[in-house]
Design a protein around this ligand. Sequence first.
Ligand code: PMP
Ligand code: GLN
Length: 374
Amino acid sequence: MSKLPNVTTSIFTVMSKMAAEYNAINLSQGFPNFPVDERLTQIISRLATENVHQYTPMSGYPPLITKITGLVKSSYQRETLETEILVTAGATQAIFTTLLALLQPNDEVIILDPSYDCYEAPILLSNAKPVRVSLNDDYTPNWNTIANAFSDKTKMIIINNPHNPTGKILNKSDFENLEALLEKHPNVLLLSDEVYEYITFEQKHISTHTRKKLFDRCITISSFGKSFHVTGWKIGYLVAPEHLMKEIKKVHQFLVFSVNSICQVAVSEYLDLVAVEEISPFYQQKRDYFRALLKNSRFELMPCEGTYFQVASYSNISDKSDVDFCKQLIKDHGVAAIPISTFYADGKDLKLIRFCFAKDDFTLEEAAKRLCAV
Ligand code: PMP
Ligand code: GLN
């Protein structure tokens, strides 16, 4: 009997595979196609010949942990203890480990739809229950609906900010509402997936790292893969208070024990050179360029406040389902995108698709040329 009977191959794998099959431009799965910062590739090449190839301590390479406390301090003015940091094999492992460590059978976890795909499986494997609550049509949270979804079994709420796939960012009043709600539920935990924390545009990102009231119950998750354009390195970290970290580490040590050493050392050195505040302007320029290139297309572009994803409506073009439309886009026009219905538990189809604009200008131009012909 399957432990995850309803889980199928991730849409990111499906669309990337199909893009390769049809030699289409792949704007589906979220990963950059431009060269990684030379300073980082030089570090990793040099490290290949150095003595950095054995296990690091379980929580992470100590100098990297120190640098992460510095990064959290410089980005958010939050003082963290080194014991509150865990280096993970990407945000995915951080999320999986956290959920497996902290959930008990029959616990309920609130997830806001549309939502990224990696939360549900570890909830189900813990014999806990995902409770999916839809965001408003403009992707703002409806705090009344969310409050109504709480029960005496609620153990956790997951937020993803900036939000994949919609690019939406939570504002100050969202945090005030969240804090007021959690005050009424003192035992409920918060998992904050902030992998796009350094990719935000007109509206500034508010991190849980700046919300003192939440510290004691919050697990905040970051991804160096996203921030430093190295998604394949699968390296990230989580920050959690010690009483939760104690449990999280129990699972982490048997899931991976420690994260690959050479990338930890490389990221640790790179953190001395990189300016994270340069990441947002870099992607803002890409967002603006891609949107300008699509101005004369028949796609209607939704607002994009953060992340490297642009959501577009094709309702002027076709009434096919979004999955079929994406398949047709690959086959007939040579561009791959992600159908937004796959981010909803009930498969709600709003005729929206997601393009990844973390691409070099040539790729964006060629993709836009093809999309303008649709
Ligand atoms: N959360 C969100 C919202 C994502 O988009 C992704 C995809 N990168 C992840 C988590 C997983 O990140 P990582 O590649 O570091 O595992
Ligand atoms: N986070 C990436 C995206 O949203 C996908 C990563 C993956 O394929 N698991 O496109």
